[in-house]
Design a binder for this molecule. Structure first.
Ligand SMILES: Nc1ncnc2c1ncn2[C@@H]1O[C@H](COP(=O)(O)OP(=O)(O)OP(=O)(O)O)[C@@H](O)[C@H]1O
Length: 240
C-alpha cells in the first residue's frame, strides 16, 4: 500500500495482567475507509483505544504520517487531529447538545458551514440543540457522538461500532452521514459488525482474531467470498 496515513507495527497491548494485542500490523490508507472486522473479543476496540492512547502499548510503533505517536497521551494525539467515536458514545449527559458540540471543537469556535452540514445529516441535533444530551434517544445520542467527531476536519476518524443496538432507520441515517464524510475525503478506521454497512462503506478490510490482524485486503474481495468470511470470522456476511 502506498503511503498510508496510519501504520501500526507489531503493536502489543496488555490490559492489567492480560495480553490482549499480540503484535498488530495494520495500514490505514489516506482518504479511504478501512473496516476492522473480527469475532467478539478479537481486539478491535482495544486497537482503536491503543491508537488514540487510552491504552498504552508496551511495544510496537504507531505511525501517524510517519510520526510515532505510540505512548503519547490521548489529549496530545487528539490535538494531532485524531478523533474517536467510542462504542459507549462518550457524550456528556448533563450538558446540552450545543455544549457537547462546542467542547468537541478543539481548534476554535464551531464553523457554521460545518454545523449546517451536520444539521442536514442529523436533523434532530438542530431540534434538540438547547436540550440536555441525556434526554436524547439512543439513536440521537449516536448521532451526537458521531457529530462531535465530524465538527472539525480531522486527519483520522476512529469509529467504534456506530450501528450497535440501533433501529434500521437510524442506521440508514448514520450510513448516509458517514458516506458524506467519506466523499469529503476523510480517512476512517471503523469497527462494524453490521456487514451490510461495512460492505457499503468500506474500501479496505482488516480482519482480527486473538489480538492479531489475520487478513487484510479489498472490502470487495472479502464481501464476495463467503468461504473466506467463514474461515476468517466464522460467519458469512450475507447471513449475518
Ligand atoms: N478493561 C478490560 N479488562 C480486562 N480485559 C479486557 C478489558 N477490555 C477488553 N478486555 C478483553 O480484551 C479482549 C479484546 O476486547 P475488545 O473489546 O478489544 O474486543 P472486540 O474485538 O472489540 O470485541 P467486541 O466486538 O465484543 O467489542 C477481550 O478478551 C476482552 O475481554
Amino acid at each position: 500500500m502506498s503511503d498510508p496515513l496510519l501504520s501500526l507495527r507489531a503493536v502489543k497491548t496488555d490490559i492489567a495482567q492480560y495480553h490482549i494485542l499480540h503484535g498488530v500490523d495494520l495500514d490505514v490508507p489516506r482518504g479511504q475507509v478501512t473496516m476492522l472486522l473480527g469475532r467478539n473479543g478479537a481486539g478491535k476496540t482495544t486497537t482503536l483505544r491503543t491508537i488514540i492512547g487510552l491504552w498504552q502499548p508496551h511495544s510496537g510503533d504507531i505511525l501517524l504520517d510517519g510520526e510515532n505517536i505510540a505512548r503519547q497521551p490521548p489529549a496530545t494525539i487528539a490535538r494531532k487531529g485524531v478523533a474517536l467515536v467510542p462504542e459507549d458514545m462518550g457524550i456528556f449527559a448533563n450538558l446540552t447538545v450545543e455544549e457537547n458540540m462546542t467542547l468537541a471543537a478543539v481548534a476554535g469556535p464551531i464553523d457554521q458551514g460545518r454545523l449546517d452540514w451536520i444539521f442536514s445529516v442529523f436533523p434532530p441535533l438542530r431540534t434538540f440543540w438547547k436540550n440536555p444530551a441525556g434526554n436524547l434517544s439512543g439513536g440521537q445520542k449516536q448521532m451526537l457522538s458521531t457529530a462531535r467527531a465530524m465538527i472539525e476536519e480531522r486527519r483520522l476518524y476512529l469509529i467504534d461500532e456506530p450501528s450497535k443496538g440501533l433501529a434500521p432507520a437510524i442506521v440508514s441515517t448514520l450510513a448516509r452521514a458517514l458516506r458524506d464524510l467519506k466523499l469529503a475525503g476523510a480517512t476512517i478506521l471503523m469497527v462494524e459488525q453490521n456487514f451490510k454497512l461495512a460492505k457499503a462503506l468500506g474500501d479496505h478490510a482488516a480482519v482480527m482474531d486473538d489480538g492479531r490482524i489475520i487478513w487484510s485486503g479489498a472490502m470487495a474481495e472479502l464481501a464476495s467470498d463467503a468461504s473466506l468470511q467463514e474461515r476468517l470470522m466464522g460467519l458469512s456476511m450475507e447471513h449475518a
